[in-house]
Write a protein that binds this ligand. Structure first.
Ligand code: ZN
Length: 311
């Protein structure tokens, strides 16, 4: 089973009480260390694909997007607990050339100076923190549904409509290259999360091929580490397709993570690896129980098939 997190502490998009995330995520990891076998992602996927046996209840830990608190808060705890993890980074964010649009938009909603606005026919009610969050969640699917260039234009328009007090600053929330470099330690590895966090299946084949090659090359060269795995932005069915999977293989990755499904087997398509995204305060016990129940169900089914074969 592969688990994925984003931020540890509060962000504009994922607001939470200060200090709650770190305590809670530390408890999640202590629990995982006790009841599962936390394994390094890349080595475990190679072993799986070669048909070798993984330890029972094998779990790999991953982080997407390159939030700064992955370095400041998560990495020291992971090192203290001796747990390996993989961080999927976005060169455009590290370069400060691209803003993570979901945080920029959430900032604009939180800091909007109006109480009522309209965007693409959607009425935006901004008269309370609750209604701002509700309006943000109403706009988001429409923003996700387009390609990167169209989304960038729409986000710029939306921010103008909301007229926030102040400017979103990527550096408050996301790592730069120096910070990403200082994240790397034995056990903590790097994967690609594309150049600009475009949802790949919305882009042309040429875009996907170029993006996946460039993001891998930039991360490998600048951080001086091997990059063999990719995490698809958004990662749901329809966010990647057969063109994406072929582009990933051609760019030299050996696996790619989705954000759906739970259990990976030796027969799992290596460019559609199943992964469960969790928040720092989610109930991870329930997820692990699902893993154990799923494995037991599979074993039960196999046993039944064997019994039938014999009869
Ligand atoms: Zn992401």
């Amino acid at each position: 089973m592969i688990l994925g997190w984003h931020n540890v502490e509060s962000t504009w998009r994922y607001p939470a009480r200060a200090g709650r995330g770190l305590g809670s995520i530390t408890r999640q990891w202590r629990m995982l260390r006790r009841v599962t076998n936390v394994v390094p992602l890349d080595a475990a996927l190679v072993a799986l694909q070669e048909g070798r046996r993984l330890p029972a209840r094998a779990v790999a830990l991953t982080f997407d997007d390159g939030y700064r608190d992955n370095l400041a808060l998560a990495a020291p705890v992971l090192r203290r607990l001796g747990l390996p993890a993989t961080f999927f980074l976005v060169p455009g964010f590290l370069d400060r050339q691209v803003d993570p649009w979901w945080e920029r938009v959430a900032f604009a909603f939180a800091k909007a100076t109006a109480t009522r606005r309209e965007f693409e026919g959607i009425a935006l009610n901004l008269d309370s923190p609750w209604s701002r969050t509700a309006s943000l969640k109403e706009v988001e699917p429409a923003l996700k549904a387009r390609d990167d260039a169209a989304r960038e234009r729409a986000v710029a328009e939306l921010v103008e409509v909301l007229a926030p007090a102040g400017r979103f600053r990527c550096e408050h929330l996301f790592m730069d290259w120096d910070e990403a470099r200082s994240l790397i330690r034995p056990g903590l590895s790097i994967g690609s999360h594309t150049m600009r966090h475009a949802i790949l299946a919305r882009e042309t084949e040429a875009y996907q091929v170029a993006d996946l090659r460039e993001s891998r090359a930039r991360l490998q060269e600048t951080l001086d580490v091997p990059v063999t795995s990719l995490a698809y932005p958004n990662g749901q069915d329809g966010d990647y397709d057969s063109t994406t999977m072929a582009a990933a293989a051609a760019a030299g990755y050996s696996s790619a993570m989705t954000t759906s499904g739970l259990i990976n087997r030796s027969t799992t398509e290596p460019f559609a690896i199943r992964r469960r995204m969790v928040g720092p305060t989610d109930n991870v016990v329930r997820v692990v129980m699902g893993l154990v129940a799923g494995v037991q169900r599979e074993r039960g089914e196999r046993t039944r098939v064997t019994a039938q074969d014999r009869s």
